[in-house]
Design a protein around this ligand. Structure first.
Ligand code: NAP
Length: 343
């Protein structure tokens, strides 16, 4: 059936300015990291993404390696663009990234110009697009000069293959260096994409913190895994449900679900209930409490989950008292698997 987007799709979404750029992004965006590969029915994937668009989610986040297998999520989204979304391309901010292993050999991952630009071309072919809106260096590679990595991002922008450039999972120190190098070569970095949630607060730490660095540079923050991959919902409070991400023993390791952490999650769920929210909604409102955070970038394996997350927008205000209660339980839980994935 031909897709016609909901007429009222811009009525209930909140848009936030991305740093000191001219680009507004939705407060909640959808990422296709998991659930959009060959293991899931394409009809379900289509339903989730089109529902997102119907609800004003203008920003869809991808990367070369999303699937499984790597490339599958971009190929799926390319088909969706061709069949359903092509007329609405200009209403969408589509991002991709390169940094993780994509093909064998020395040019299939990390931060070289050789890898980043050939990967971007491959992403554009899978997506069937002339350009992506945002192209990211997906992870820091300290063995490649930042002049080379930032230079590749600048070429991506100057050649029209990307409208904006970003970095992902860079430490505060390396983000600051990247900003300096980018300025030297005349590249403006739009955005940082770090992990951030009530169980993973590394972006707040340090002087300056990663959030401070981006604020000073005029960059926004699209923060990923605000639900800690599902741990900040109530689904794991009575064991690991079949088919859940933790049951698939991939990125959400069962050893993260310690009694201590589940105790904090239970307490946070209680605070959410007192506010008339689900825990997912509180988790999203909490990352968005900081104006330096532009967007909470969520995942979803069903329309129901996405709708649950979207209802966070009905109550984003957190009182001083609520924040103090949350502070006791919003503790780092050792779930930042991305910290160790740089070199
Ligand atoms: P998340 O929102 O923290 O977790 C999403 C998962 O939580 C869903 O797949 C689902 O898992 C579960 N879930 C979501 N809503 C739920 C609800 N209402 N009730 C119960 N369970 C719910 O985010 P994420 O998927 O980890 O990451 C989001 C996006 O961030 C990715 O798609 C990607 O675009 C981006 N990301 C970027 C990087 C990077 O290095 N830059 C790394 C990771 C992610 P089930 O499968 O168990 O249903």
């Amino acid at each position: 059936m031909t897709y016609t987007p909901a007429e009222n799709r811009y009525d209930s979404m909140t848009y936030r300015r991305c740093g000191r750029s001219g680009l507004d992004l939705p407060a909640i965006a959808l990422g296709l990291w998991q659930n959009f590969g060959h293991e899931n029915p394409e009809a379900t994937q289509r339903e989730i993404v089109l529902h997102a668009v119907d609800r004003g989610i203008t920003h869809i986040d991808l990367a070369n390696n999303y699937g499984p297998p790597p490339g599958a999520a971009e190929s799926f989204f390319g088909r969706l663009l061709a069949t359903d979304l092509a007329p609405y391309r200009d209403e969408l901010v589509i991002s991709s990234k390169a940094g993780y292993r994509m093909w064998p050999g020395p040019y299939g991952e990390w931060g070289s110009r050789k890898y980043l630009l050939s990967s971007l071309d491959a992403s554009l072919r899978r997506l069937g697009l002339d350009y992506v809106d945002i192209f990211y260096s997906h992870r820091d590679d300290s063995t490649t000069p930042l002049h080379e990595t930032m230079g590749a991002l600048k070429t991506a922008v100057d050649s029209g293959r990307a409208l904006y450039a970003g970095i992902s999972s860079y430490t505060a120190e390396r983000a600051a260096e990247a900003v300096t190098v980018a300025a030297e070569i005349g590249l403006t970095l739009l955005v940082h994409q770090p992990s951030y949630s009530m169980l993973n607060r590394w972006v707040e730490h340090g002087e300056p913190s990663a959030l401070d660095v981006t604020e000073r540079a005029g960059m926004g923050n699209v923060v990923f895994s605000p639900l800690a991959q599902g741990m900040l919902t109530e689904k794991y409070l009575d064991g690991v449900p079949e088919g859940s991400r933790a049951a698939r023993s991939g990125s959400l390791r069962e050893e993260f679900l310690t009694e201590e952490t589940l105790g904090h999650v239970r307490a946070l769920a209680g605070i959410a209930r007192d506010r008339g929210q689900t825990l997912a909604q509180l988790a999203i409102a909490w990352v968005l409490r900081d104006p330096r955070v532009t967007t909470a970038l969520v995942g979803a394996s069903s329309v129901r989950q996405l709708d649950d997350s979207l209802r966070a927008l009905d109550n984003l205000d957190l009182s001083t008292e609520e924040l103090a209660r949350i502070e006791e339980h919003a503790v780092d839980a050792g779930v930042n698997i991305w910290a160790g994935r740089t070199r």
